[in-house]
Each structure stands twice: as structure tokens, then as C-alpha cells.
Design a protein around this ligand. Structure first.
Ligand code: 1GP
Length: 245
């Protein structure tokens, strides 16, 4: 029970701030090598999924292929019901709180719930909040993106998530976002939200990473940097050092 959530809390006790690596199951040929590298560089978990990841068979194959190679947990990050793999350790059981489509708030979740139960995947109850527009997560999830400077609206959603019993809030600018979430928005949310605060989207360097954790983020998610930057290992390692200092 709550094995992965307890592990995350232990990691936070140990390091204060931690980082998850997001590996989009559909964008890698050699996910095993990357998974081992991110673990050795200090990622606390691997998120697998993405808003446009729809090949469930491929997803499961990848989860199986990396499972035996790493000891950090594999956490699903689904964009739809197809994001469930029986072999993962946990799932960010997200509700896209600022979607305009009930399917992404509770419909997909209801469809997937019995599957999560059947495969004994640990659900991490997460309020998922999309900031800004024009990203894949925003488009696919039919989000009414919160403007980047509207900190109070983000606070309102985060607090609502807490009152609905969600222990995690994920402030998402979207994968590959031009603009990351501002430290100001993170600190505004931090003042009110008591749970674990995940921040991701467009984080590419250690300076920004440090500002976001100093503002109150507990967990940063890094995806595109790993996928696209030839110098990602050095930058990822700098991010880990910066957030732990
Ligand atoms: C996207 O927040 C994650 O869901 C990570 O974003 O790919 O921009 O690092 P990046």
C-alpha cells in the first residue's frame, strides 16, 4: 500500500527536492539506455507516457524492457485510457481540472479505474492543471489554459484539488513549452497548497530549475531536454545538483 508514494516522500526527506524524467514511450528507439542513464544521474522516478502516447502495446513493452534494468519506480503519466500498463509501479491518476471536457476530468478516469485496480498499479491522486496554450497537452486535453500571469487562478485550482482529496498537484506548461511556469506562480500556489507540488514543461536549465524549487516546487519533470538536447546528460546532472543544493 502506498509503496511509491512513501518512496517519493522518503526521497524528498533525503534530498528536499527531486526530479522525475519523462520518457515519451513513442519517441525513443533505445529507451533502456536512457532509463539507466537518468537513474544514474539522479532521477528519482521515470514517468512514462505523454498526451499523444496511444500505443498501449508499445508502452507495455517499454515498461517491461526497462523494469529489470532500473530500481527507481516507473510511474505512468497517461494522457488517456491507453496510458495504462499492467507492469508499471504506479500511475499519476490525474484529473485535468481545467479541461472543458468532462471526459478528461472524470470520464477517462472512470474507464481506467478498474484496470488500475486489476493490475494493482498504485494510483497517485493528482490534480493536473494546464498553464498556457498551444501545447499538445492543452490541445488534446481541451484545457482552458490558465494564463501564465494569472497566479490566483492557479491557486484556486490547486486548493480545489487539495479539498477534493488529491495529494499531488501538477502545474503543467506542456511538453516542449516555449515558456516554463513562473516561480511567482509556483510560490503563490505553494502558499496555499499543502500537498506535493509537481512542476513541468519547458524546463531546460539548472538556473530555472533552482528558481522553481526555491519557489516551492517539490518535484520537477524533465522530458524534452533529455529527448532533444545532445548535451542533455550534463544539463540534467546540473539540474539535479542545483535543486539539491
Ligand atoms: C510535460 O511537464 C512535462 O508533460 C515535461 O515537459 O518535455 O518540456 O520537459 P518538457
Amino acid at each position: 500500500m502506498n509503496r511509491v508514494e512513501n518512496y517519493i516522500n522518503d526521497e524528498l526527506k533525503k534530498h528536499k527536492k527531486i526530479c522525475f524524467a519523462l520518457l515519451d514511450s513513442e519517441n525513443y528507439y533505445d529507451i533502456s539506455t536512457i532509463a539507466k542513464r537518468v537513474e544514474s544521474l539522479g532521477a528519482s522516478a521515470i514517468l512514462v507516457g505523454g498526451s499523444s502516447a496511444i500505443d498501449q502495446l508499445n508502452l507495455d513493452k517499454l515498461v517491461i524492457s526497462i523494469k529489470t534494468l532500473i530500481s527507481i519506480p516507473i510511474i505512468l503519466f497517461p494522457g488517456n485510457v491507453t496510458g495504462v500498463s499492467p507492469n508499471a509501479d504506479a500511475i499519476l491518476f490525474t484529473s485535468l481540472l481545467n479541461s472543458e471536457d468532462p471526459y478528461f476530468i472524470s470520464g477517462a478516469q472512470a474507464l481506467a479505474a478498474l484496470l488500475v485496480k486489476k493490475y494493482e498499479i498504485e494510483p497517485l491522486p493528482t490534480g493536473y492543471i494546464i498553464i498556457g496554450e498551444n501545447t499538445t497537452a492543452w490541445f488534446v486535453g481541451r484545457a482552458k489554459g490558465i494564463p501564465f500571469e494569472k497566479n490566483k487562478i492557479a491557486v484556486m485550482y490547486a486548493l480545489a484539488a487539495q479539498y477534493l482529496g488529491m495529494r499531488f498537484v501538477y502545474l503543467e506548461a506542456g511538453s516542449g513549452a516555449q515558456k516554463h511556469i513562473s516561480p511567482k506562480m509556483v510560490s503563490s500556489v505553494r502558499k496555499y497548497f499543502d500537498g506535493l507540488l509537481i512542476v513541468g514543461g519547458g524546463i531546460k536549465d539548472s538556473v530555472v530549475a533552482k528558481e522553481l524549487v526555491d519557489a516551492g516546487a517539490d518535484i520537477l519533470v524533465i522530458g524534452t531536454l533529455i529527448e532533444q538536447d545532445p548535451n542533455w546528460e550534463k544539463k540534467f546532472s546540473n539540474i539535479i545538483s542545483a535543486i539539491r543544493s
